[in-house]
Write a protein that binds this ligand. Structure first.
Ligand code: FES
Length: 194
């Protein structure tokens, strides 16, 4: 009597479907999955890596152009002047931003009688706004977020994480020249110092 009841209950249960995950993948399916995984990995590496490669190639290939800022006699000692010029690095789409400038301060001669200049980019080291020079206070001030710099370009206060960007300069035939500045950033400064 007891055995009969158990047989009845067991036969009333629905058949258990086989678990899909438990089915071992066939060989062609396995190789297809491997192939698609490799393809996705390659595409992801290319997407992430190409901009980096482009960045370093662009840095290596950046052209160097010199801009004359005037005779060295045009710069009185310890006086900061803004010199404007058309950037030779300009692109057709740059518009009026191609008309840029630098701050120049003649610091006199050193012990070896070599003329010393301080040439600073106009761009704030925070987010790049052009800073203004205030001779009365001897400070550069940024109108965007209140960044302040000393006359020598060092950071005084505000959000900029560093001092102003120094430009590369030289004297040729008695004239001060500056290496045409690109848009400087914390990672891509003008004189190579970070
Ligand atoms: S851009 Fe100059 S303080 Fe922000």
């Amino acid at each position: 009597m007891t055995d009969y009841k158990m047989v009845q209950l067991t036969s009333a249960l629905p058949p258990v479907p086989p678990c899909i995950a438990s089915i071992p993948p066939s060989a062609p399916r396995r190789s297809f999955l491997r192939w698609i995984t490799g393809l996705c990995g390659t595409v992801a590496s290319a997407v992430l890596g190409l901009p980096l490669v482009g960045y370093f190639l662009a840095r290596r290939k950046r052209e160097v152009a010199w801009v004359s800022l005037g005779s060295i006699e045009d710069f009185p000692v310890n006086e900061t002047r803004m010199i404007m010029f058309d950037s030779p690095l300009r692109q057709p789409w740059d518009g009026m931003t191609a008309h840029t400038g630098v701050y120049v301060r003649y610091e006199g001669r050193d012990e070896q009688s070599v003329d010393r200049f301080l040439v600073l980019a106009v761009n704030c080291a925070h987010l790049g706004c052009p800073v203004s020079w205030f001779p009365q206070s001897g400070l550069f001030m940024c109108p965007c977020h209140g960044g302040v710099y000393h006359a020598n370009g060092e950071r005084a206060s505000g959000p900029p994480p560093r001092g102003m960007f120094h430009c590369v300069w030289r004297i040729q035939d008695g004239r001060l020249q500056v290496q045409a500045p690109h848009y400087p950033t914390l990672q891509d400064t003008l004189d190579g110092t970070v």
